[in-house]
Write a protein that binds this ligand. Structure first.
Ligand code: FA5
Length: 352
């Protein structure tokens, strides 16, 4: 016969767990610690599940009572974790606000911080460098609108409206049926409309995705698109241009790896990863402990896309790539959180 389970014993176990949880949550100083606590207590293999294993041995009335208590504990814990997270974030921003308080009625100090020379945002700086590197290789720099049509952002990129790949990029739609471009690939189509092959273009710009923000994901970030169309373009041309570019931008040889990657507008498609320059490949939050950072998806342009651009695919082929600028800057300067780029903290900008 199994162990006899006492209802009171389970209640007191739940109460103890509740007390421990309260203490642990209050002690936590970082979001990651809170996540660990949540998993330790409420996860599938957590303490609550261990306690509830005994539920089946109780009479039905007691089961309902203990089940109810467990649910309340779970809900209370989720709420406590959320409110602690908010406290941690508020404290962080309050520290910044305190240290940046400025009396606008005070007379100017000399030298005045207001008269300090302005700096270009690190994203702008790297964009200018990238443009110079590619111009040096004969590429033309193109622009495109941030509010795009479905046609340029998806349809002409071999992604019709019933294509599952549309879900790969969560989209902000405007009320009139347009969208905030989810990638600079829209510029590929504009590039083909403006040029007759052979041609080489890059298109830098801001892009938008309806995403949850974390250390390595923003809802507003920057990319540079690249495209080369000529006779007999192959993966070898793509790899050569990418390696040359990375060596120039990092001023050293960077370890890269190429994995197969799926994008409807290239065939074959690749993900080019670079060795994480923040942790040297050992593993950190930016590379999600993998040692590699996904930097440069690329591939040979799908013939359907070339056809949308009015290009004769019996003569010409091409390659394309889409580089994430925020992550590139993070790698270069060892920035461990993507949220710095947009939080408006001048101390951040003044470092570059
Ligand atoms: C694309 O956007 C494709 N258009 C790229 C492409 C172009 C593929 C041409 C093939 C040919 P992806 O969604 O993986 O792919 O984004 C490209 C890069 O943008 C990523 O490698 C990453 O560096 C960056 N990126 C993507 N999502 C985010 C995000 N939420 N926050 C910051 N950077 C991001």
């Amino acid at each position: 016969m199994g162990k006899i389970v006492d209802k009171q014993e389970l209640i007191s176990q739940l109460q103890n767990m509740g007390k421990n949880l309260e203490v642990e949550i209050q002690k936590a100083e970082q979001e990651e610690e809170l996540e660990k606590i949540r998993i330790q207590f409420l996860g599938k293999k957590g303490e609550l599940t261990a306690i509830l294993k005994h539920l089946g041995k109780l009479p039905p009335d007691d089961r309902a009572e203990i089940g109810g208590l467990a649910n309340t504990l779970k809900e209370e814990t989720e709420a406590r974790v959320d409110s602690r997270k908010k406290e941690i974030a508020d404290r962080f921003f309050a520290t910044i606000a305190d240290s940046e308080w400025l009396d606008v009625t005070a007379p100017l100090r000399t030298p005045s911080p207001i008269l300090r020379k302005g700096r270009l945002h690190p994203i702008t700086q790297i964009q200018q460098e990238i443009e110079a590197i590619f111009r040096g290789m004969g590429f033309q720099v193109l622009d495109g609108p941030e509010v795009e049509t479905e046609y340029y952002n998806f349809t002409a990129l071999n992604t019709p409206d019933d294509h599952p790949a549309r879900d790969m990029q969560d989209t902000f739609w405007t009320e009139d049926g347009n969208l905030l471009r989810t990638h600079t690939s829209a510029i590929q189509i504009r590039g083909m409309e403006k040029n007759k092959p052979p041609f080489k273009v890059i298109g830098p710009g801001r892009v938008f995705r309806y995403e949850t923000v974390d250390a390595s994901h923003e809802n507003t970030f920057y990319q540079v698109e690249g495209m080369m169309v000529d006779k007999d373009i192959s993966v070898a041309n793509l790899i050569y241009i990418m390696k040359t570019f990375l060596r120039e931008i990092f001023a050293r040889d960077v370890k890269v790896r190429l994995r197969p990657g799926y994008f409807p507008f290239v065939e074959p498609g690749f993900e080019l990863d670079i060795n994480c320059l923040i942790c040297g490949g050992k593993g950190c939050p930016v590379c999600k402990q993998s040692g590699w950072v996904e930097l440069l998806p690329c591939g040979l342009v799908h013939p359907n896309v070339l056809r949308y651009g009015g290009i004769d695919t019996s003569i010409y082929s091409g390659f394309a790539f889409g580089l994430g600028l925020n992550r590139l800057v993070m790698m270069r300067y060892g920035i461990n959180d993507i949220r710095w780029f947009q939080n408006g903290d001048l101390r951040f900008i003044h470092q570059f």
